[in-house]
Write a protein that binds this ligand. Structure first.
Ligand SMILES: Cc1cc2nc3c(=O)[nH]c(=O)nc-3n(C[C@H](O)[C@H](O)[C@H](O)COP(=O)(O)O)c2cc1C
Length: 372
């Protein structure tokens, strides 16, 4: 399909030409404005990590198994002491009204309809309280530490009051390498789309502070939680604190010792340090560092049920889906997102059945073969 100048309006039905979850990525090209699509699809810098994420899944194949007992087979999984119907969560994704007028509200509907946990971003285009009205199942709040600690505390209090069940601190994006392709495409977030959770915050920097913001180290320090601040949050929070954006086994070990409830192995879908390794490539050593019983999730590069299967086999308890959420949202709103999630679950279930895994816990590295 040639890319139209003007994106198509979202559909209110599931298009006939969607045969797998990844088809939404292709179809979305007709439904998202070209510069916005470049911003979403791109990674940071030269997309090196973005490409590594996709390639990492291709290094593994799944070995079919025969004569296995699949009575009572299911996709349920345990996380933070709770039973989830399946191990696929919606990753925190900012500014979803860029691709659909209902944005995060539609995603929340889809999460509810598909028994999926949703992670609401600090940078959502609707407030965390609005999202909470639409999703009554598992809902976690993704926290970006704010330069002013009072603003961070206020966000946490709001998330607790709105009934979120965990705080997910994203640690890998205090500064971000710019996406060269998004800059070249001229992407600029429209003024009408804002981080709705942050509109109450105090006025932005003075001229003096603004000039200091050119200093990358200073900007990093402003947005990255210090060890003391993170420890305080973990020690004092009434909610479990999960850390997102971990790629080094030593960091994982330290975070576990600090009291993190779970870790998300992630390189932000290749959007932070360009040249960072694929999340999947680091997963086995991180699993070895934290031990068998510690909750580990993974994202970055997942486009199919077989990718999910491989991530679980290599040590993840569950996975998160980022861009596929936006692609399916752009095509058919809540219906599209729910359909995409249904397809992913079916694709995962097929892999389980054909490799003889009756439960998510049965999915082990022994059913994978390293191809190169
Ligand atoms: C457009 C876009 C916005 C994102 N916004 C956030 C965010 O606000 N907070 C966050 O922790 N991660 C954010 N992420 C990263 C995702 O949570 C996730 O780590 C990543 O998309 C997973 O890779 P995938 O897109 O290949 O599935 C964003 C990713 C994209 C593509």
């Amino acid at each position: 399909m040639t890319k139209p100048q003007k994106p198509l309006p979202p559909l209110d039905y599931i298009p006939a030409d969607i045969t797998c979850a990844a088809d939404y990525e292709t179809l979305a090209q007709a439904f998202i404005r070209a510069d916005i699509l470049t911003y979403i699809a791109g990674g940071s810098g030269h997309d090196i990590t973005l490409r590594s994420n996709a390639a990492a899944f291709q290094h593994w194949s799944i070995i079919p198994r025969l004569l296995r007992n699949l009575d009572a087979a299911n996709t349920r999984t345990q996380l933070l002491g709770k039973t989830f119907q399946h191990p696929i969560l919606f990753a925190p994704v900012a500014y979803q009204t860029l691709v659909h007028p209902q944005g995060e509200m539609a995603t929340a509907y889809a999460a509810e309809a598909t028994d999926s946990a949703m992670l609401a971003s600090t940078l959502s285009s609707v407030t965390l309280e609005q999202i909470a009205t639409r999703s009554h199942l598992d809902r976690w709040f993704q926290l970006y530490f704010q330069p002013n600690p009072d603003d961070t505390d206020a966000l946490i209090k709001r998330a607790i009051a709105a009934g979120y069940q965990a705080i997910v601190v994203t640690m890998d994006a205090a500064v971000q390498a710019p996406s060269i392709r998004a800059i070249r495409a001229g992407f600029q977030r429209p003024d009408s789309i804002m981080a709705a959770n942050l509109v109450q915050q105090q006025p932005q920097p003075t001229a003096q502070q603004a000039s200091e913001q050119n200093d990358i180290f200073r900007r990093y320090q402003q947005h990255a939680p210090s060890l003391a601040a993170l420890k305080k949050l973990i020690d004092e929070s009434s909610l479990p604190v999960i850390i997102k954006g971990v790629l080094h086994p030593d960091d994982a070990r330290q975070l576990k010792t600090l009291g993190a409830a779970a870790i998300i192995v992630s390189n932000h879908g290749g959007r932070t340090l360009d040249g960072a390794p694929a999340s999947l490539a680091m997963l086995p050593s991180i699993r070895a560092a934290v031990g068998d019983d510690f909750p580990l999730l993974l994202d970055s590069g997942i486009r199919s049920g077989s990718d999910i299967f491989k991530a679980i086999a290599l040590g993840a308890d569950a996975v998160l889906i980022g861009r596929l959420q936006l692609y399916s949202l752009s095509v058919a709103g809540a219906l599209g997102v729910a359909h995409m999630m249904k397809l992913l679950r079916e694709e995962l279930t097929l892999c389980m059945a054909m490799s003889g895994c009756a439960t998510v816990a049965d999915i082990k590295a022994t059913v994978l073969h390293k191809t190169n």
